[in-house]
Design a protein around this ligand. Structure first.
Ligand code: NAD
Length: 492
């Protein structure tokens, strides 16, 4: 699928609680299509009472439905069916996702939806793999750990990949036998409702996977503070992550998984093979989803001798991108999620130029057929570690370029005072690559590539203020379990 008519897509609003839609009078939020700013639906805002209803419902379902107690292979079977239904629903889910987000239809159809389905399948396969251990004791005792679900997990997701980010939370939580109450971003709230419907259709008991709608201050805060929420898993900005961590500490020392912001460096040495390919990789890592990616490679650090050649190649690739709405086939540069976010990008670029940075290219709004907020891919040179565009997470297609002469200098520039989410190293020298991998303080380092493969076993997560804990991999599954120690004395 490479196009659709946005005016033919209807959405179900409301909360999804106990397997049914719930909508009540009260304040609502208008929801706009990022591609053209058209308000296409409104959203109820769950208050503390609605959150209590959702969480109590989830708690009751968790206690009574048997989801936590059934044979793990049976849970896995239900979740595999859920994955199959998601994959088979691409004709509905992909346009729904593209309509309300910045994800082009070609990508939602070929990647976001299949990747969401595959993530659910991946964690379904974990359901009977980790049950705890028998530990070494003397022969008069039997010691063991038993892996147990937490109960009700509160999950909060961002807007940049609404389905995929939500699936990274719900899939391991459900597979481990928990119930989930998910709050999507108020800017991209609808596609996950379809996920919740499909979960029930697959046989996940009603009430085990719930969706509550609303903003962060009212709904998100009430969710993480609810006493029956046993653990919180969050993806979003570092500032919100810190607020959630504080709320979790105040309301029950709840464990938290936090996937937060980044300002990831891309380090290119002069020996990197095939500079044209490198340029494409660097450009792709800052323009995919118009830079609205937590691991966007936003700081280019390049060995001085090749800096000019690389900058010119990147500029050429940037100029090939065509801004356009997510529902048109030729668009390769999607919109910025909202006008305020586009204005924020503009502001950071302006402050950077005012402080001495030079615009190699970009730095303005891009023309598109629709009135959405589009921003041209931008390359800023003559920047320092203090330049706003080097320090602040922009979440837009803005790349800064700094040069270095030595490995030590590259490492020094790569270190960000706050963030440590990801990094890329491009070199033909394996020894050098390994020295950089060891020297960079980040949760992920890619060598001669940038971005994930489809290997779900590789976890993702940040160092420093980029986060706490991991999504994906075995780690994310285990993070949805708590381990009970049991010691049986056989001498009685
Ligand atoms: P955000 O922090 O503004 O919002 C994220 C979610 O938190 C939304 O659902 C929002 O409603 C909710 N929220 C806001 N305030 C809250 C509060 N006080 N209590 C509870 N919930 C609250 O982030 P965003 O703008 O939606 O997403 C962009 C950010 O997400 C970027 O910083 C990006 O780097 C980060 N991100 C990180 C990863 C990762 O894996 N590390 C992945 C994607 C996005």
């Amino acid at each position: 699928m490479d196009r659709f008519d946005p005016n033919t897509i209807g959405v179900r609003s409301g909360h999804f609680i106990g397997g049914a839609y719930v909508d009540e009078a009260g304040p609502r939020i208008d929801v706009a299509r990022p591609s053209d700013g058209v308000v296409y639906a409104s959203l109820p805002v769950a208050d503390a009472a609605m959150i209590d209803r959702a969480v109590q419902n989830a708690w009751t379902a968790w206690r009574t439905s048997g989801w936590a107690r059934i044979a793990p292979r049976e849970r896995a079977r239900v979740l595999r069916r859920f994955a199959d239904l998601v994959a088979a629903d691409a004709q509905t889910l992909a346009p729904l996702e593209a309509l309300g987000s910045t994800r082009p239809i070609r990508d939602t159809f070929n990647w976001d939806v299949p990747f969401t389905a595959e993530g659910i399948r991946f964690y379904a396969e974990f359901a009977d793999k980790i049950g705890g251990d028998v530990v070494a004791t003397d022969h008069d005792h039997l010691g063991m750990t038993i892996a147990e679900p937490y109960g009700v997990i509160g999950a909060i997701a961002p807007w940049n990949f609404p389905l995929v980010m939500a699936s990274w939370k719900i899939a391991p939580a459900l597979a481990a036998g928990n119930a989930v109450v998910l709050k999507p971003s108020e800017m991209t709230p609808f596609s996950v409702l379809r996920l919740a419907e499909l979960a029930v259709e697959a046989g996940v008991p009603p009430g085990i996977f719930n969706v509550v709608q609303g903003d962060g201050r009212t709904t998100g805060d009430a969710l993480v503070r609810h006493p029956r929420i046993a653990k919180v898993t969050f993806t979003g900005s570092t500032r919100t992550g810190a607020a959630i961590m504080a709320a979790c500490a105040e309301t029950g020392t709840k464990p938290v998984t936090l996937e937060l912001g980044g300002k990831s460096p891309q380090i290119v040495f002069a020996d990197a093979p095939r500079l044209d390919d490198v340029a494409r990789r660097i450009a792709g890592a800052i323009t995919a989803n118009a830079g609205q990616v937590c691991v966007a490679g936003s700081r280019l650090l390049v060995e001085r001798s090749i800096a000019d050649g690389l900058a010119d190649r990147i500029q050429r690739i940037f100029s090939e991108l065509k801004a356009g709405p997510t529902w048109t086939p030729g668009a390769t540069l999607p919109p910025i999620i909202s006008e305020p976010q586009a204005a924020r990008i503009e502001g950071i670029v302006e402050r950077s130029v005012a402080s001495g940075a030079q615009l190699h290219c970009g730095g303005q709004r891009a023309d598109a057929a629709t009135p959405g907020a589009f921003y041209t891919p931008t390359l800023l040179t003559h920047v320092t570690q203090q330049t706003p565009a080097v320090r602040e997470e922009i979440f837009g297609p803005v790349l800064t370029l700094q040069t270095f002469d030595t490995e030590d200098e590259a490492l020094e520039l790569a270190a960000h005072p706050d963030y440590g989410l990801a990094a890329g190293v491009h070199t033909a020298d394996l020894g050098r690559a390994l020295r950089m991998v060891r020297g960079i303080e980040a949760g992920t380092v890619w060598v001669n590539r940038y971005g994930r493969t489809s290997d779900f076993m590789i976890p993702t997560g940040g160092y420093k203020r980029s986060g706490l804990g991991k999504d994906l991999g075995r780690q994310a599954y285990e993070a949805n379990l708590r381990f009970k120690s049991v010691l049986i004395d056989a001498r009685v």
